[in-house]
Design a protein around this ligand. Structure first.
Ligand SMILES: Nc1nc2c(ncn2[C@@H]2O[C@H](COP(=O)(O)OP(=O)(O)OP(=O)(O)O)[C@@H](O)[C@H]2O)c(=O)[nH]1
Length: 789
C-alpha cells in the first residue's frame, strides 16, 4: 500500500515539523470545519511490531508497512498522520516511529521521548503496541517505552486524561482475562518506579490514564481472525469522543482549526525541552487562533464593498440609514468570527471578540464622526435659516432664537438616533454640546450685529437731530445758547432712549445690560453735542470775525453802514467786539450741566477792559487769563483754555483792526470831502487882501468876460483830460498822465473848433466871419493856456 498518496509526514526523522504539509492535510480533509468534533489517535510501540499494519486495517489508512519478505527494519521515520476513512467523528491517526530502533542507536532515546510526549499531548487515544510474549517479562520490549511515556507525562503540566489502549499482538491461547491483570501489574510497577514531582507523588495512574487492553491474533499467522478482531476493535472508535466513549476527558483539546498551530507549538516546546503546560497551551492556541480569525474578519470587513462605499460617501455627504447599514455589516462580521472561534477557550474568544469589536468600532468611528458632523452642520444651517426667517417675520429676537434652537436640537437628536451603531455605546452628547455652542455663538453674533445695527440707527438719528441744530445754536451764541442746547439734547435723548428701549425688549436682555446700552446711547448723544461744540470751538476765530464784521459793517436794521463821519466808530467797535467776546465765552466751555462758571465775566474783564482788570487783579495775579484751565470748569468740559482765549482775542483784534482803521479813514475822507470851503479866517483874509482886485474887476467888465472865457477853456480841458479821474491813483501818476495827454487834447479841441468854424462860414458868411474870430480867440486862448501850463 502506498502511504505517500494520502498520509502526511507530520514530523520528519530529523524532528522538523512539516507546517505546509499539515496545512495542506487540514485543507484536504476539511479538518478546520470540524470544530471540536474530532479525535486524535496515535500508536507507539517497538519498531517493526506491526503498528502500521494495525493502523491501516483499523482505520483504513495507508501508512507504509514493512515488506514481510525483506526482514525487520525501520520503515516509519518521524511521525505520520492520516485521516481515518469512514469514521465519525473525524479521526486523525498518527503513526509514530518505532522505539528501540537500531537505526538511532541504543542510547539515542531523545526522539522517542519527544515523540511520545507529543503523542500524549495531542492525542485522545494512544495505542501501545506490544507483543503478547512480553507480558510479565522483566526484559519486555515495551517496558522502556512505558517508562518513557510515564516520565514524559510528568512534564505535562496539568495533563488531560488520555486513554492508553494496550494492543497485545500475537495473542496466545492464554485468555485475555488472565493476561490483563499481569499487564496492569506490570504497568503499575512501571508507574511506581517512575520518579514523580512532589505534587504527583501519591497520584494514582488512573488520574492520568484510562488503561484499556485488547488482544489481537497474529496478522501473519491468523490473518482472518486478526481482521475480525480489528473490525470489532474499530467499533470502539466510532463516537469515541461521545460521553462514555474511548477518548479521554479531552480537557486540552483545541478546536480543529487550531490543530496545526497547536501541534506545531507543542512540538516546538518539546524540542526546546521545556515543560508543556497544556491548559496554558490551550489558551495560547486559542489566543493565536482567535487573533488570526479576528484579524481575518477585520481585513475582510475593510474589504467589504458596502462598507467602503459607505465610508467614501460619508466623507462628502450624509448617508441615509447609516446606523442600520453599519450595524448590519459589523454584525455579519462578528457573527462570522463567532462561528469560526466558537470552540476556542471562552475567555480568550470573548476577549478577542471584544478586541475585534473595538477595532471595528475604531475603524468606523471616523465615518460615524463624519456623519455626526454632517448632521450637526446640517442642523446648524437649518437653525440659521429658520432663525433668519423668524427675525424677518418680526418675531422677538430671544423668542425666535429659543424656539429655533429647541427645534434644531430636537431634530439633531432624531437624526443622531438613525446614526447609532448598536455595537457601540458612543455618546453624541459632545457633538450635541458643540451644536448648542455653535447655535449660541451664532445667536450671539446675530444679536451683536442686530444690537449694533440698532444702536447705530439711533445714533444716526441722534446725529441728524442734534448736529445741525447745535451748530446753529452755537453760531447764534447768546446767553440762551447752552440752555437751549441742553433742552434740545434732553428732548432728543428722551426720544431716542424711548425708541431704543422699545426695540431692545425683544432681546430679553437683563436690566443691567439694557441700562448699559441706554446709557451708552445717552453718552453718545452728549458726545455729539460735545463734538459739535469742539468743532465749532475750532472755528471760533472765523465766527468771531464774522460776527464782528457783521455788526461793525451793518447798522441796527442790518443795512450796510456808510461812514459819513457822524458814526461813533469807537462805540460800534466796542459793541461788535463785545458780541464777539460773548461768542468766545460761549465757545470756551461745554455747559450741559447745571454748573455755573465765570468765564464770561473773566473774559470781558480781562479782554474788553484790560486796564480795569489789571487794577482789580493786582493783588491776586497779573493776568487772569494766564492759566490753562478755568476755575470751576473741569478740563473735560473746557473747549478753549484761558490762554487760548487770550491768544485768539489777540489774533482777532489784530485781524479786525484793519476794518476799524479803514472805517476811520473812510470817515475822515468823507469828512474832508464834505468840507470844501476854506476856513473863515482865509475868507476874511481873501476879502481884505483881494479888495482892490475885486474892485478892478467890477470896474472893467472885459476882465470878467476874459476870466469867464479862461474858465470855459479850463473847464473844457478838465473835462477832456478827465483830471479828477487821473489823480485818483495819486498825484505823480496823475501829473504824468495829464501831461502826456495835454497836447493831443488841446490839438483835438482846436481842430474841433476849426471844423465847427468852417461849417458855420459855409452856411453864413457873417457867421463865418464871427466864427473865424471866435476860432482865433479860442486858439489864442488855448495857446495862452498852454503857455501858462
Ligand atoms: N508476527 C507478526 N507480524 C506481523 C503482524 N503484523 C504485521 N507483522 C509484520 O511485521 C512487520 C512490520 O510491520 P509494520 O506494520 O511495518 O511494523 P511497524 O511497527 O509499522 O514497523 P516500523 O514502522 O518500522 O516501526 C511486517 O513484516 C509485517 O508483516 C502480526 O500481527 N504478527
Amino acid at each position: 500500500m502506498d502511504k505517500e498518496c494520502c498520509s502526511t509526514h507530520l514530523i520528519d526523522g530529523d524532528g522538523n515539523f512539516n507546517v505546509e504539509g499539515v496545512d495542506h492535510f487540514m485543507k484536504e480533509v476539511k479538518l478546520s470545519e470540524c470544530g471540536l468534533s474530532y479525535a486524535v489517535v496515535a500508536i507507539m510501540g517497538p519498531q517493526s511490531s506491526g503498528k502500521s499494519t494495525l493502523m491501516n486495517h483499523l482505520f483504513n489508512t495507508n501508512f507504509r508497512e514493512m515488506d514481510a519478505f525483506k526482514g525487520r527494519s525501520q520503515t516509519t521515520k518521524g511521525i505520520w498522520m492520516a485521516r481515518c476513512v469512514g469514521m465519525e467523528p473525524c479521526t486523525v491517526v498518527m503513526d509514530l516511529e518505532g522505539t528501540d530502533g537500531r537505526e538511532r542507536g541504543e542510547d539515542d532515546t531523545a526522539f522517542e521521548k519527544q515523540s511520545s510526549l507529543f503523542a500524549l499531548a495531542v492525542s485522545d487515544i494512544v495505542l501501545i503496541n506490544m507483543w503478547c510474549h512480553d507480558i510479565g517479562r522483566e526484559q519486555a520490549a515495551n517496558k522502556p517505552l512505558l517508562k518513557t511515556v510515564f516520565q514524559v507525562m510528568m512534564r505535562l503540566f496539568s495533563p488531560r486524561k488520555t486513554t492508553l489502549l494496550f494492543v497485545i499482538r500475537d495473542k496466545t491461547r492464554t485468555p485475555l482475562e488472565n493476561l490483563e491483570p499481569v499487564l496492569r501489574e506490570d504497568i503499575q510497577k512501571i508507574w511506581d518506579s517512575v520518579p514523580k514531582p512532589e505534587a504527583h507523588r501519591e497520584t494514582p495512574l488512573s488520574d492520568f490514564f484510562n488503561v484499556e487492553v485488547v488482544a489481537l491474533s497474529s496478522f501473519e499467522e491468523k490473518e482472518e481472525q486478526f481482521k475480525e478482531q480489528v473490525a470489532s476493535l474499530r467499533q470502539r472508535f466510532h463516537q469515541s469522543i461521545a460521553p462514555g466513549g474511548l477518548a479521554g476527558d479531552r480537557r486540552g483539546v483545541v478546536p480543529a482549526s487550531g490543530f496545526s498551530f497547536s501541534a506545531q507549538q507543542i512540538w516546538k516546546v518539546i524540542k526546546e525541552n521545556k515543560d508543556l503546560d497544556l491548559p496554558a497551551h490551550k489558551v495560547m492556541v486559542a489566543t493565536v487562533r482567535c487573533e488570526e480569525i479576528a484579524s481575518e474578519k477585520l481585513s475582510s470587513f475593510t474589504e467589504n464593498a458596502e462598507w467602503r462605499e459607505l465610508e467614501e460617501t460619508v466623507q462628502t455627504q450624509p448617508v441615509r440609514g447609516f446606523g442600520k447599514k453599519l450595524t448590519s455589516i459589523m454584525d455579519a462580521c462578528l457573527k462570522e468570527y463567532d462561528y469560526e472561534a466558537t470552540f476556542f477557550d471562552e475567555g480568550v474568544r470573548t476577549a478577542k471578540r471584544k478586541n475585534l469589536e473595538d477595532k471595528l468600532l475604531q475603524l468606523v468611528q471616523p465615518a460615524y464622526q463624519s456623519m455626526l458632523g454632517h448632521i450637526r452642520s446640517g442642523a446648524l444651517d437649518k437653525f440659521k435659516e429658520a432663525f433668519n426667517n423668524a427675525l424677518n417675520e418680526g418675531k422677538g429676537f430671544s423668542a425666535a432664537a429659543r424656539d429655533c434652537a429647541r427645534h434644531c436640537i430636537s431634530q439633531f437628536d432624531e437624526e443622531v438616533e438613525g446614526v447609532h451603531i448598536e455595537q457601540s455605546n458612543w455618546d453624541s452628547s459632545k457633538v450635541r454640546e458643540k451644536l448648542s455652542r455653535e447655535i449660541e455663538a451664532h445667536t450671539e453674533s446675530v444679536q451683536t450685529a442686530k444690537l449694533s445695527e440698532l444702536t447705530s440707527t439711533y445714533e444716526t438719528k441722534l446725529d441728524e437731530a442734534l448736529s445741525a441744530p447745535v451748530e446753529a445754536l452755537l453760531d447764534g451764541a447768546s446767553n440762551d445758547t447752552w440752555p437751549a442746547i441742553k433742552k434740545l439734547l434732553q428732548r432728543e435723548k428722551e426720544k431716542a432712549v424711548s425708541g431704543f428701549s422699545g426695540a431692545l425688549t425683544g432681546f430679553e436682555m437683563d436690566n443691567s445690560a439694557k441700562d448699559k446700552m441706554v446709557s451708552k446711547l445717552e453718552t453718545h448723544a452728549r458726545g455729539i453735542v460735545e463734538a459739535k461744540a469742539k468743532e465749532e470751538a475750532g472755528r471760533v476765530l472765523i465766527r468771531m470775525k464774522d460776527r464782528f464784521t457783521t455788526l461793525f459793517s451793518h447798522d441796527a436794521d442790518s443795512m450796510p453802514r456808510v461812514w459819513t463821519g457822524k458814526e461813533d466808530i469807537r462805540g460800534i467797535t466796542k459793541t461788535a467786539r463785545s458780541a464777539s467776546l460773548k461768542l468766545l465765552s460761549i465757545m470756551s466751555a461745554i455747559r450741559l450741566d447745571d454748573d455755573v462758571d465765570n468765564i464770561e465775566s473773566l473774559l470781558s474783564l480781562a479782554l474788553m477792559d484790560p486796564n480795569a482788570a489789571a487794577s482789580s487783579n493786582k493783588s491776586i495775579t497779573a493776568d487772569p487769563l494766564a492759566s490753562s484751565s478755568w476755575e470751576k470748569v473741569p478740563s473735560s468740559r473746557t473747549l478753549l483754555t484761558p490762554v487760548q482765549c487770550k491768544s485768539l482775542w489777540r489774533q482777532f483784534k489784530t485781524e479786525t483792526e484793519y476794518t476799524v482803521s479803514q472805517a476811520v479813514s473812510a470817515q475822515d475822507a468823507n469828512k474832508r470831502n464834505n468840507n470844501w470851503l476854506p476856513p473863515p479866517w482865509a475868507i476874511v483874509a481873501l476879502l481884505i487882501l483881494g479888495f482892490n482886485e475885486f474892485m478892478t474887476l467890477l470896474r472893467n467888465p472885459l476882465y470878467l468876460g476874459f476870466i469867464f472865457m479862461v474858465f470855459l477853456l479850463f473847464k473844457a480841458l478838465w473835462v477832456q483830460l478827465d483830471v479828477s479821474n487821473e489823480f485818483r491813483l495819486g498825484f505823480l501818476p496823475g501829473i504824468l498822465s495829464v501831461s502826456t495827454k495835454f497836447l493831443p487834447t488841446v490839438m483835438n479841441l482846436v481842430r474841433k473848433l476849426a471844423e465847427e468854424g468852417t461849417a458855420a462860414a459855409t452856411a453864413n458868411p457873417d457867421r463865418n466871419a464871427s466864427a473865424r474870430s471866435n476860432s482865433s480867440e479860442v486858439t489864442s486862448s488855448g495857446s495862452a493856456h498852454n503857455k501858462s501850463q
